[in-house]
Structures are given as C-alpha cells and as structure tokens.
Write a protein that binds this ligand. Sequence first.
Ligand SMILES: N[C@@H](CCC(=O)N[C@@H](CS)C(=O)NCC(=O)O)C(=O)O
Length: 315
Amino acid sequence: MNDAANEIILHNYPQSPVAEKARVALGIKGLAWRSVEIPRLTPKPMLTKLTGGYRRTPVMQIGADIYCDSQCILRELEHRHPSPSFFPTAEAGMMWWLSRWTDGALFDLTVKVVLGSAGDALPKDFAQDRGRLYLGENWADGLRAANAALPHLAAQLRAPLSWANDQLSDNRKFLLGDNPAAIDAQLYHLTWFLRGRWDQGPKFLSEFKYLERWENTVHAIGHGTMTDLSPEDAIERAASCTPCTLPATDPFDPQGLTPGMQVTVSPDLNGGEQPVEGEIVSATVDTISILRHETDVGAIGVHFPRAGYRVDITG
Ligand SMILES: N[C@@H](CCC(=O)N[C@@H](CS)C(=O)NCC(=O)O)C(=O)O
C-alpha cells in the first residue's frame, strides 16, 4: 500500500467535543493526519457519501475504510499504531468499560448541561438538530427540563469529577500515572466541552485544582500533526483505494452474523438517525465491518463498534 492509502483522515469540526477526544488520541500517539472540516448540521452529503448515512462527528477514514464512532476510531488507531499504547497499564478491559460510562451517561449529562444552560439562546436549527439527536422526540420538553434542573445536573457531574480530582491529587501527570491513556482523552473531551461551552463551566471546574492541572497537561499533548484536506480529495482517496478488512466469522456471535449477510447498522439510541446498509465482511465481538458500493466511488468498508450499535439482518 502506498502512503496515501495509509493516511489518517479525520472528518470533524473544531467545536465538536467527541472530535476533540479523537484529536487528543491522535496527539497521544504523535500521529500525522489530515483534517476534513464537515458541517455542524445535516445535510452532510460529502460525509454521508462515504459513511452511507452515519452523520455523527467524528469519522475516521483510511483509504476506502471508514471508521464510525470514537470507540471504533480509538480501537483502529491502537491496532495500526500500537506504540505508545492507549493502555499503558494492565487494565485495558477495565478502561474500555469505563469509557462506556464516559461516552454514555457522562456525555449525556454534559450535553444536557451545555444545551440546557443555553436555553433560548441556542439557534433554532441547532436546537432542533441536537435536541432530536440527544433528547428524543420530545426534545423541546427535554431542553426545558434540563434548563430547570441545572443545579441537579451539575451535582451529578460534580461527584465523579471530584473523584478524578482526588485521584490526581498525588501529582500524577495523567489519570493512570506517568503516561497518557485513552481514558485521559475520554474524560478530557467532557471537561473541554464544559469549560468551553457552558457559561458557568470555568467557575464550576475551578474547585478542582488537580483536575485543572491535568486539563492543562492533556491540552499540552496537542493533536499530533494536522494538515487540511478537502472533502473532494477525501472522496477521491476512497475511490482510488480498496477496503482492507478480511472476512471474519465469530462462532459465538449471538446474532449469528456471518460474511455476506445484508444488514443495517445504527446507533442503539433514539436519535432519529439513518441506518447504514451494507453486506457483512467481518463481525467480531467488538466490531462490525460492512461493505457498501457508492456511485462514483466504488467499494467502501464501513466499520462500527458492536457495543452501542444495533445490527439488523435484512437479507
Ligand atoms: N458515540 C459517538 C458520539 C458522537 C457524537 O454524538 N458526536 C456529536 C458531536 S460532538 C455529533 O455527532 N453531533 C452531531 C453532528 O456533529 O452532526 C462517538 O463516540 O463518536
């Protein structure tokens, strides 16, 4: 494979906290990567041409392979670039479990605080898009409820942040010790979001002096070496490459997924999102890889995590 086929392309936009998680992860690994700036709101035709409909941020592309969701992105980065490891201690399993909470309940809480505190100041189209994505069909009620419950929501955030602060009080540099880990990026993107986008964020975080020091240390890691790429060039890259996943079957797969089956894959949430259709190439315990064909591009491999995603067999 030539260099271009291996180049990491991150489809993202500057304000996205989950993209910030991926950017810090790229920084931890000290990688060079290309950044395609995508719109903050749908439609995102240049992105969905590659993903087959998945619209969330970030998405990583390597050649004709598309990795959806930061969980899938971090796993693939660890696979392709194992050193330095995202798991510098012997607890990789426990760190993946913990990330299900940072990316799940803690992320939801953070989003409620940020959106709820903005109230009517949110632009209408943004409120509608993010409200539906994160708060369900009755998102307008959900936003009002979040606004009314801000002190309660802040209390829910405060306890876990105080535990992180206490853990950092022995002057360790990172959450697990001297070396940065995936969990640093997975927690940092939430404090970055709270600090930057909640008007009370800096005040709220100011009681946690060890956490603040850690935020500065994580910030100083940087994002690796980033250079811009146009969406047209990213699509052209996919067209000139071939998806790289090899067929794999897992005899213990609870859904009996095997290569060749037609499926749809979508986040296992009520976000009103479009499922992505394709043919299974590989279904393992933690990743589902499907193949799809896109007009003017050709074959594209699209990868999703199993944890947090729903796979429905369609044929
Ligand atoms: N579980 C996903 C969550 C991604 C997510 O919700 N990202 C937000 C941005 S921070 C998003 O997609 N917002 C809507 C958008 O960008 O269109 C992941 O870890 O990548």
